[in-house]
Design a protein around this ligand. Structure first.
Ligand code: G1P
Length: 285
């Protein structure tokens, strides 16, 4: 397996779809049952081999760093109460070999800009990106690990894709893939259905070579007036192969309420104690 040592989590978004909760609680800390979205994302990165997690954050997101920090008083209380299982849970959020680095994105200038903020930490090696809003669940290797295996040469880019209804192309980066293969020929950010080259959408997982940073430096604001990662990848794929990866797993768009409810039902259906509450409801499997 190709290890991805460093994974970037752009977490500086405002999360307005979940106001008023996100007035105080970062959207990445909203739970699917009892685990925050960021925990699922971090677990997927660790599964792909990551030992350095880079959070691109801002002044409203301190809860994320607090969450991964040790909580001495709580640990001592649980220890004294003999609550060993809970103690192990909060002490085991990250393997010991993994370190967290927090980088500030001072202004919301787009996903491309957020990724560029991580440049100094990533340096000159391929890296992964996970957007925690896109929760991908499966029983086998995680989506990012599947992708890392396809970028073994250190130069190839890999993007997770899935088909979406044409009516939804305006919410995603949309790729145009070579016929009969998976090499991406072109990519557009949030096209209208009439302009979309296909209905194959990029979901929040990327494996990219460090060359992307040079391209981001010269990327001008695009869709929505923001510096788009999609535009820099559109430049990258003229130089080096960028592959569309149809991942094994089920994606939940937890950036909106319906996706969050579906994810919660799905996870509850797999929990022996909760299954009876949700079996047979739409959205469970
Ligand atoms: C971002 C990307 C888009 C991608 C999407 C996946 O958009 O810009 O290309 O398809 O994530 O979730 P956002 O959802 O941040 O608007």
């Amino acid at each position: 397996m190709t290890r991805l040592h460093k994974v970037v989590f752009p977490v500086a978004g405002l999360g307005t779809r979940f106001l008023p909760a996100t007035k105080v609680v970062p959207k990445e800390m909203l739970p699917v049952l009892d685990r925050p979205l960021i925990q699922y994302a971090v677990d997927e990165a660790v599964d792909a081999g990551a030992d350095t997690l880079v959070f691109v954050t801002n002044r409203y997101k301190h809860a994320i760093a607090d969450y991964f920090d040790s909580a001495y008083e709580l640990e001592e209380t649980l220890e004294h109460a003999g609550k060993r299982k809970l103690l192990a849970t909060i002490q085991g959020l990250l393997p010991l070999r993994v370190r967290c680095i927090y980088v500030t994105q001072e202004r919301a200038r787009g996903l491309g800009h957020a990724v560029l903020c991580a440049r100094a930490v990533i340096g000159d090696e391929p890296f992964g990106i996970i957007l925690p809003d896109d929760l991908i669940l499966n029983d086998g290797p995680g989506a990012l690990r599947q992708m890392a295996g396809r970028a073994a040469d250190g130069k190839t880019g890999v993007l997770a894709v899935e088909e979406v209804p044409y009516a939804d192309t305006g919410k995603y980066g949309i790729v145009d893939v070579e016929p009969g293969g998976d090499r991406i020929r072109h990519m557009v950010e949030k096209p209208s259905p009439a302009e979309a080259p296909s209905n194959l959408a990029v979901v929040g997982r990327y494996v990219l070579p460090p060359r992307i940073f040079d391209l981001l430096e010269t990327t001008t604001p695009g869709a929505g007036g923001e510096i788009q990662l999609t535009d820099a990848i559109a430049a990258l794929l003229k130089e080096t192969p960028v592959l569309a990866h149809r991942f094994a797993g089920q994606r939940f768009d937890c950036g909106n309420k319906a996706g969050m409810v579906r994810a919660t039902l799905h996870v509850a259906a797999a929990d022996p104690e909760l299954r009876h509450l949700v079996t047979g409801l739409p959205g469970t499997s």
